[in-house]
Design a protein around this ligand. Structure first.
Ligand SMILES: Cc1ncc(C[n+]2csc(CCOP(=O)(O)OP(=O)(O)O)c2C)c(N)n1
Length: 376
């Protein structure tokens, strides 16, 4: 193909652009409308029940984490409430050998990957080394700086391709992170190297209090892919089946050597940004109600029940198992030692800069005074 011919260029643009409407397979009432471009025929009944269970586990552990933070057991916590389908559907499309480079909100993806939820909460407690070894699970440590993990993911994918390893790398970030430099560099570099990397953006409508309308002038986040020459997909992130099918498509492209993809999962964060935030200052009850109607778990549960894949007995059993899991986590966190806050200053610099002494003195004074500032 001559890429400079206008007709060929037009064709190329069109292949990269997302359709106006996000891909949706389950409507808001949980009725399935299959789409031949995004099949789900590889999902059997057990897979469907697994997807449901993972979402319910994610939600329950999320609630548990918020309570533990309120009790002072965690320093701060970033909720995924409302984003369960985006996280679970996307992660389910990966194989165990694939790598994930998360931001700080991806507990649902981590649960699909098989990490112990209790382990994940240690990071929010401030435990050093964050509670899990990434090489045991191919799930990198959660990144608090916005967008840096996109670079780590792209680099890992490029290196893996050089080494002839058959793996796909998925890196997660939010709508706000798309305004940072790191994801841009990562997408450009990954595209140039045809790296097997998926950039999975959960557009949950806000970067703390900044709404999407103030974040970008691009028509959608998925449209940004064209600037790097990578396809942008837009998917209803509250629809676990659509999220799975779209991600699977991106995984197949990556495995076939066709390079990276950008996925925008359109969703909504139902909770505060972190436990330090007050969302009533920047969003309305009407908006919350509107998204409540698109609840990802209720929608998928309605589908499973209508298809005869889940009855009340199974639903109750899942709920009971999840309660047992949550109480196990409570015990684990209650019993975990609290780290020494002064460790913040250890293992960072060989020759600590002068400001360290001031900061150390400030923290010592705060601890002596009994304050515990935990801004997110
Ligand atoms: C490099 C950097 N800049 C600023 C912050 C402060 N900060 C924490 S979360 C956040 C907004 C992130 O929004 P988004 O990328 O949409 O992700 P979401 O929180 O919605 O999941 C900001 C600016 C940070 N952690 N790192």
């Amino acid at each position: 193909m001559n890429r400079s011919e206008p007709a060929a260029l037009d064709q190329r643009y069109l292949q990269l652009l997302p359709p106006a409407e996000p891909v949706q397979l389950l409507d808001d009432d949980g009725v399935l409308h299959e789409n031949p471009d995004f099949p789900i025929d590889d999902l059997g009944p057990d897979d469907l029940r697994n997807l449901y269970r993972y979402m319910v586990v994610s939600r329950r552990i999320d609630k548990q984490a918020i309570s533990l933070q309120r009790q002072g057991q965690l320093g701060v916590y970033a909720s995924l409430l409302g984003q369960e389908a985006a996280q679970v559907g996307g992660a389910y499309a990966l194989e165990d050998r694939d790598w994930m480079f998360p931001s700080f909100r991806e507990m649902g993806a981590a649960i699909v990957r098989g990490l112990e939820p209790g382990q994940l909460l240690h990071q929010w407690r401030g435990t050093w080394l964050s509670g899990h070894n990434p090489y045991d699970s191919n799930f990198a440590l959660m990144s608090i700086p916005i967008g840096t993990q996109a670079i780590h993911g792209a680099g890992y994918a490029i290196a893996a391709a050089f080494d002839g390893e058959d793996i796909v790398v998925m890196t997660y970030f939010g709508d706000g992170a798309t305004s940072e430099g790191d994801p841009h560099e990562a997408m450009n570099f990954a595209a140039v190297y045809d790296a097997p990397c998926i950039f999975f953006v959960q557009n949950n409508q806000y970067a703390i209090s900044t709404p999407l309308s103030e974040q970008t002038r691009a028509p959608t986040i998925a449209h940004k892919g064209i600037g790097y020459g990578i396809p942008g997909y837009r998917v209803d992130g509250n629809d676990v089946l659509a999220t799975y099918a779209v991600t699977r498509r991106a995984v197949q492209r990556a495995r076939a050597g066709e390079g990276p993809s950008l996925i925008e999962a359109v969703t909504y964060r139902m909770e505060a940004h972190t436990t330090s935030d007050d969302p009533t200052r920047y969003r309305t009850p009407e908006e919350m109600d509107e998204w409540q109607r698109r609840d990802p778990i209720a929608r998928f549960g309605a589908y499973l029940s209508a298809e005869g894949l889940m009855d009340d007995e199974l639903k109750d059993r899942i709920d009971a198992d999840v309660e047992t899991l949550a109480s196990g986590i409570r015990e684990e966190i209650y019993e975990a030692p609290h780290g020494d806050p002064m460790e913040l200053f250890e293992h960072v610099y060989v020759d600590p800069p002068a400001e360290f002494a001031d900061q150390r003195a400030l923290l010592t004074r705060e601890l002596d005074a009994g304050t515990n500032g935990t801004e997110g």
